[in-house]
Design a protein around this ligand. Structure first.
Ligand code: AMP
Ligand code: MG
Length: 341
């Protein structure tokens, strides 16, 4: 009996030993060949997230470094907070003499002017003459006097842009521009171009609310959540989950950068150029399309336009869809996403 018990214990121990070796080997193998790679960094005043599939951990890291480097380069080019950015230099000079823009900045200005025209000025990069008075972290907004002084300079028609030569001048000396409504969408497009050039076929890159997806998640779609604009404890972080592949999705929300002022009003970062105040018709807008260069300015635009005019614009533009959460929390879909389709 004693011998039998001893043998059983011995067998049990040796099985346990073999199992441990197997688990360790498996863990090692998974670590060495981990094929999904992710990284997160704070750049452009927002959070950059990259997830990609690559069989080699070293090459995946090199690709991630490429993307983060590109984000820093674009920030250096377009930041209104950096004195030596191209944007700051143009703002300092363009009211005096036409400025030669880089091909990249010319592309962004040209697209911005296009979106201004189709939205009758709801998207307007000259909001900056007023925008610079806001500091959401410090709870600062322009005074009525400052608003009154800045408002005449907010009009995209003050921008004299010679597209063929890439020359930009301002026809009003108080005009300033800010590309914060389009730069992140452009940046995620650039990231996907760099990843494709490295042969990567499955990736997701986001800069704050602007995402771009390359391919699918290897056989199944990416699941992208639209955030709950006013989550209470116990609520799910996202209200809607969309299965998507190979598209751009931009979300503009009044919860991203905001403070509540002394009157209980939500002061946030999307400005209605007509009123010089935070747009207040909706809480969140997501636009889906091929490129971030389009979906980013369109989400900001639809936010300013509100449900009716916003959906009318999206429904008339081929290749775009939108999900809007109005100020009562009701969800509205463009024709391409409407449940009856
Ligand atoms: P998004 O989060 O993409 O909707 O962009 C919001 C950013 O766009 C703000 O932080 C501003 O830099 C800029 N912005 C705000 N209002 C406007 C507007 N009416 N037209 C163009 N850009 C705007
Ligand atoms: Mg946007």
């Amino acid at each position: 009996m004693a011998t039998l018990a001893h043998t059983a214990r011995y067998r049990f121990q040796s099985h346990l030993g073999a199992l441990c070796v197997l688990v360790c080997l498996l863990a090692w193998a998974m670590g060495a060949h981990a094929e999904w790679h992710s990284a997160r960094e704070g750049i452009m005043g927002t959070e950059i997230n990259v997830t990609l599939w690559h069989p080699s951990a070293e090459e995946a890291q090199a690709a991630i470094d490429d993307v983060m480097g590109e984000m820093r380069r674009i920030d250096q080019l377009l930041s209104p907070y950096k004195q030596d950015s191209e944007l700051s230099k143009v703002n300092a000079q363009a009211a005096q003499a036409p400025q030669q823009l880089s091909a990249e900045m010319a592309l962004l200005v040209d697209k911005s002017l296009f979106v201004s025209r189709v939205s009758d000025g709801a998207f307007d990069i000259t909001f900056a003459s007023l925008g610079s008075y806001y500091n959401y972290r410090e709870g600062q907004k322009p005074s009525d006097a400052q608003r009154e002084e800045a408002m005449p300079a907010i009009n995209y028609r003050w921008l004299d842009f010679d597209k063929s030569r890439g020359l930009l001048s301002y026809r009003h000396d108080k005009v300033r521009i800010d590309l914060g409504g389009i730069a992140k969408g452009y940046a995620v497009d650039r990231a996907i171009i760099l990843l494709k050039a490295r042969g990567i076929e499955h990736a997701s890159v986001s800069a704050g609310g602007d995402s771009r997806l390359l391919g699918d998640r290897r056989g199944r779609p990416w699941i992208i959540g639209i955030k709950h604009p006013r989550p209470h404890s116990g609520d799910e972080a996202s209200v809607i989950k969309l299965p998507l592949s190979d598209v751009a999705l931009s979300t503009s929300g009044d919860y991203e950068r905001y403070f509540i002022d002394e009157h209980g009003e939500r002061i946030h970062h999307i400005i209605n150029p007509r009123t010089g105040r935070s747009a207040s018709e909706v809480m969140s807008v997501s636009v889906i399309g091929r490129d971030g260069l389009d979906t980013d300015p369109l989400s900001t635009t639809v936010f300013v336009l509100g449900v009716e005019r916003g959906l009318a614009l999206i429904n008339q533009l081929p290749g775009f869809d939108a999900v809007i959460i109005d100020r009562e929390g009701k969800v509205h879909y463009s024709e391409g996403l409407a449940p009856s389709n």
